[in-house]
Design a protein around this ligand. Structure first.
Ligand code: MN
Ligand code: MN
Length: 480
């Protein structure tokens, strides 16, 4: 098979829809730079289109029937949506799954310190990052600080043009002879990825502070505080945000590249943005769910946290949250039994949607040109992922792939098949193997990305559109 140019397959009507979808996608990225922000954005979007919270339906004592739409959020970081189909859920459902966490720098629990006249916040990177990519670029701080009394302070600093930004320093080239001899993994070490948050000492007015030591600087009555720059930052945190130093203990603050998603290329064919792994699949899955108006089988979309660190924890794909939600929905459909939940999951079909590596001509030898995704060549299917001998992979069944091929051919969706890269070179995993544990048919698929996991990742608008069309076709037609 050759690289396809799918742009030439779109007529004017499709091109218009493609641009509208991509505009909406860029706004989605701008509003969701953390898991929590993604959840807020998704809930706002789907509630407007008729989705109701599962918990409230349970409390109301109502039952669910064909066409009803419900969602459930777990710990503000994962969400599952259901649209009830015509057939009983026991016969299986069609599941779109993706993740909404992305690589970044997380603020540590005791982060604030002063050194050499700078105030820093200490970080621990999250997910796989090339550490040298995170220095000397504008960064924004997003997240929540939960106070002892349970109140939550939401922070989003660095996205508005008038906001300040933060940065990690790098050594000037003039003195970098030794640094540049190091391995790229050591050029910037994890403990050097602390963000600079201030440089101005807080000055305490001792005259106004009667009874205290007045020996220093008798002329003005002013003296710098100890660790005065840190003190200045604490002062701002307290006065502007109501945050005390110890509140960092119960905070989840994420440092991400500052700035909005942008169109890329003179032809505006691509999107350059932070966090497209895997919000590009999360967005297109959500949009497909909203645009499905009829389906035999119940449609489901699960968007999870913690994929980048192994799908662990209460909000990751390995959590029982998903299975519990399926059980609750089956109960509301009058179908619940433990056996029926197992039957439902075993007979389900899933697209485990995640990004795939796009062929990069500058690093051609890292790929097998016949088995790699090309940017702008359509939705990508990875029969398997894993690394070095398919280790850790879900290897989709041939019969399932044949079924999907026929659906995509019917709906004229352009797709390509790929592996991540050259055999023996490395690899990666997704959430596919976890759902496959139920015995259901699962395949990895999604959108090709250039510079995956870099602060700014690139995708093709054509692929975003075609993947959305593929997801919609799958939800409407899959049945095995
Ligand atoms: Mn991913
Ligand atoms: Mn990833």
């Amino acid at each position: 098979m050759e690289r396809k140019n799918i742009w030439e397959t779109f007529d004017a009507k499709h091109l218009k829809k493609l641009e509208t979808l991509n505009q909406e996608y860029m706004e989605f990225l701008d509003h969701g730079k953390t898991e929590r922000e993604c959840i807020d954005t998704i809930v706002n979007t789907i509630e407007k289109e008729g989705y109701r919270e599962l918990e409230s339906v349970i409390k109301s004592g109502e039952e669910l029937s064909q066409g009803d739409m419900v969602y459930s959020v777990w710990m503000n970081k994962s969400i599952v949506m259901f649209r009830i189909g015509e057939k009983p859920m026991t016969e299986g459902i069609n599941i779109l799954g993706a993740h909404i966490d992305s690589p970044r720098l997380d603020i540590k629990q005791n982060p604030l310190y002063e050194e050499g006249g700078f105030a820093y916040l200490d970080t621990h990177y999250y997910g796989g990052v090339k550490k040298y990519q995170w220095v000397a670029i504008p960064l924004a701080l997003h997240g929540v600080v939960v106070k002892k009394d349970g109140t939550t302070i939401e922070l989003n600093i660095g996205e508005n043009e008038k906001d300040p930004v933060f940065f990690v320093s790098d050594l000037l080239i003039h003195l970098s002879q030794e640094q540049l001899e190091k391995k790229a993994s050591k050029v910037i070490e994890g403990e050097a990825l602390d963000i600079i948050v201030g440089n101005k000492p807080l000055v305490i007015d001792r005259k106004a502070d009667k009874g205290k030591d007045k020996e220093h600087d008798k002329e003005s009555g002013k003296e710098p505080a100890k660790e005065a720059v840190k003190a200045g930052i604490l002062d701002i945190l307290k006065n502007s945000y109501g945050i005390e130093e110890e509140d960092f203990i119960s905070a989840e603050l994420e440092v991400v590249p500052a700035g909005k998603a942008r169109e890329a290329g003179l032809d505006r064919s691509m999107i350059l943005a932070y966090g497209q792994d895997d919000r590009v699949c999360a967005f297109t899955s959500m949009r497909a769910m909203l645009d499905v108006k009829e389906s035999d089988r119940t449609a489901c979309c699960i968007l999870v946290d913690k994929e980048e660190i192994g799908s662990v924890g209460a909000t990751g794909m390995q959590s029982k949250f998903f299975e519990n939600a399926v059980a609750e929905v089956m109960e509301l459909c009058g179908e619940y039994s433990e056996l029926n939940v197992r039957r439902c999951l075993a007979r389900s079909c899933m697209l485990s949607s995640d990004v795939s590596s796009a062929f990069d001509p500058s690093f051609a030898s890292s790929f097998d040109k016949k088995n790699v995704a090309y940017l702008g060549s359509g939705m990508v299917f990875n029969k398997f992922t894993g690394s070095r001998g398919k280790s850790g992979s879900n290897d989709a069944n041939a019969e399932y792939l044949a079924h999907l091929r026929s659906i995509l051919a019917d709906k004229k969706v352009n797709f390509q098949t790929a592996e991540l890269g050259r055999v023996d070179l490395g690899g990666g995993g997704t959430i596919a193997y976890i759902l496959a544990l139920y015995g259901m048919n699962v395949v990895d698929c999604g959108v090709a990305v250039l510079n995956m996991h870099a602060p700014w990742e690139a995708t093709s608008k054509a692929d975003v559109y075609e993947t959305y069309r593929g997801y919609k076709a799958f939800v409407e037609e899959a049945s095995m």
